[in-house]
Each structure stands twice: as structure tokens, then as C-alpha cells.
Design a protein around this ligand. Sequence first.
Ligand code: FES
Length: 167
Amino acid sequence: MEEEKIDRRGFIKKCILVSGALTIGSLVPLTKYFFPIQKSSGSNKKKKIANVKELPVNSAKMFSYPVKDPSWGWISECVLIHLPSGEFKAYSANCTHLRCIVEYKQKALNRENVIYCPCHAALFNPSDGSVISGPPPRPLPEVLLEIDGNGDIYAVDFRVPGEEREK
Ligand code: FES
């Protein structure tokens, strides 16, 4: 009789465990339905990279954020620029020619306020990442930014010019 009670208790415990597991298992698809994961990349994470007070106008700061470059795959070196216009822009800092690290310069090769690649003297436009001169075959991928009410600057995603990614 005692053995039968233990078996019954054990059976009930197993039933509770199984029903709990089934409930949790059924919540996973519901969670995915209501909070879909973007397919586009492993990036798309919101990451604080600076505060507006850290960067005077016409200056730049390097930071790390995952960007998928069509030639180099996943890379993380990026540059945040406070343009003379007051706007903030950010790009992958890997040159699209041979992947040297680019830098923002107030003056380079007789041009003002440019992104400069020291390896083969290329210039990029800091307003849109496009190639001004030199051998790079395409613009720099752009890191998309958000700035909150406290002036905190976040990288939220990236964009490769000419490529539309599936969301
Ligand atoms: S690596 Fe940048 S111009 Fe060649």
C-alpha cells in the first residue's frame, strides 16, 4: 500500500514536470512570434559608443561594433565622427581597398575634413562614406546611430551601400 502511494506521488510529480515542460515549450514559438529575431545579421545590437560631450565638433573616435563587410566578412573596427555640420556619422574603419584602418583627418592631401586611408592615400567623404579619390572600389559601410536625451550615442545597426538586407 505504501509503495503504491509513493508510485502515485512519483507519477503526479512526473505529470507536473511534463506539463511544465510542455507549457514552456509552447511559449517559445509564441515569444518568437511576438518578438521576431531579425534575420539580417548577428549585429543589430544597440551598443553605447560615446556621449556627445566626449567629441568636440570636427573630431572622431574609434569604437568597436560588428559590421559585415562584403569583402572582409565580420569586422569590428569603426570610426565615429562629429562633422563640422554638427551631425554625427559612423562607418566601418576598414578601408574597402585592402582593409587598412582609415582615420578622420581635418586635413589630408589638400582636402579638409575627410576620412583618410594611409596605405594608398585614399579619401572618403565623411558625410556618406563615399570614395572621393584613390583605389577603394566602394564606399565604407555605415554604422547607424541613435542619440538619446542624455546625449548618449548608440550604434544600432549597419548599412552596406548598394545592399538591402532582409529584415
Ligand atoms: S588599403 Fe586603403 S587605399 Fe589601399
